[in-house]
Ligand binder design. Structure first.
Ligand SMILES: [Ca+2]
Ligand SMILES: [Ca+2]
Ligand SMILES: [Ca+2]
Ligand SMILES: [Ca+2]
Length: 302
């Protein structure tokens, strides 16, 4: 995100939000999903060509909380696009492209997926801030997305790539059925231990004020223009080692300190911009099938 390009909207947003814990120093933006574009939950970004590239979040606008060092792009690189929609659709959307020189996806226990290559999406829909572990996952939620490979894990929720972690009351997983998500992995045949892989984490989901154990008692957040929500991305990185096992070396985050896994006072802020408040990208050449890791890397490096 180039600061000069967003300065105007930043001033607009400054009166309606306050920073919690933003690695870029001022917060992030979600762009309104255009009504003429159809979302496809396939882990591919052909439905994201409209997205204004000035609002794509890359590692230089993120923090790192394991070693306090941003990893080299040759180790892991990421670009994050976040969108939203007004009622009646009323959801947030995300597409997270990752390039990684080595895929570690050997965990079989979903509770331990954060040890290896894995994406966490932490939501505080009503932007209340505050702790959310006791009671767990009510005031905010820690969702996780994980690539599925043979021998790795699959959750029983949704299509198996997305669920509520960690130590979540199983009764709360009703909400997972509302998430339309998938994780893509290339090149074809890539699996645990593969080198130079590309992943696409893609999701669309509602937000809830407090996530209760039953849907009837749970109020949905109504997303509106200019609103600021708590939303934190945490990308876990591990590479295959001779010993394998727990191997996480980095966690890239949109928050600037380690804490969004337990308290939303450490969440990052996303402000909702409407159509017209961003420059629509070109929808030409939206097909990304056949893109090679090298081509995508070249895009990252621009
Ligand atoms: Ca898609
Ligand atoms: Ca790596
Ligand atoms: Ca909350
Ligand atoms: Ca890795």
């Amino acid at each position: 995100m180039r600061i000069c390009a967003v300065f105007g909207v930043l001033l607009l947003a400054a009166s309606t939000c306050f920073a919690h814990s933003n690695a870029n120093g001022f917060g992030y933006f979600a762009l309104e999903w255009p009504s003429d574009v159809t979302y496809v939950a396939d882990g591919e970004d052909g439905d994201w060509a409209w997205y204004d590239p000035n609002f794509i979040v890359t590692p230089d606008e993120m923090g790192e909380v394991v070693q306090q060092v941003i990893p080299d792009k040759s180790d892991i690189d990421v670009s994050i696009r976040t969108a939203w929609s007004q009622a009646p659709d009323n959801r947030i959307y995300g597409f997270v492209r990752v390039t990684d020189d080595s895929l570690h996806a050997a965990e079989t226990d979903p509770e331990n997926g954060w040890y290896e290559d894995d994406l966490e999406i932490i939501t505080d829909g009503d932007h209340s801030g505050g702790p959310y572990r006791d009671p767990n996952q009510v005031n905010a939620q820690q969702w996780t997305m994980h690539v599925q490979v043979p021998g790795g894990y699959s959750t029983p929720y949704g299509n198996g790539t997305t669920w509520l972690r960690k130590d979540a009351d199983p009764a709360k997983q009703w909400a997972t059925a509302y998430i339309e998500a998938d994780v893509s992995l290339s090149p074809p045949g890539a699996t645990h231990g593969s080198t130079n892989v590309t992943l696409g984490y893609e999701f669309a989901m509602p937000l809830w004020v407090n996530l209760e154990n039953d849907e009837a008692s749970t109020e949905r957040v109504v997303l509106q223009p200019g609103m600021t929500i708590g939303l934190t991305y945490q990308l876990n990185e591990a590479d295959t080692t001779p010993a394998e096992g727990a191997a996480r070396t980095h966690q890239l985050v949109t928050g600037d300190v380690n804490g969004a896994h337990r308290d939303q006072d450490f969440a990052s802020d996303f402000t909702l911009l409407t159509v017209g408040e961003y420059t629509r990208g070109s929808d030409a050449g939206t097909a990304v099938e056949g893109s090679t890791w090298g081509k995508i890397k070249a895009t990252f490096d621009e």
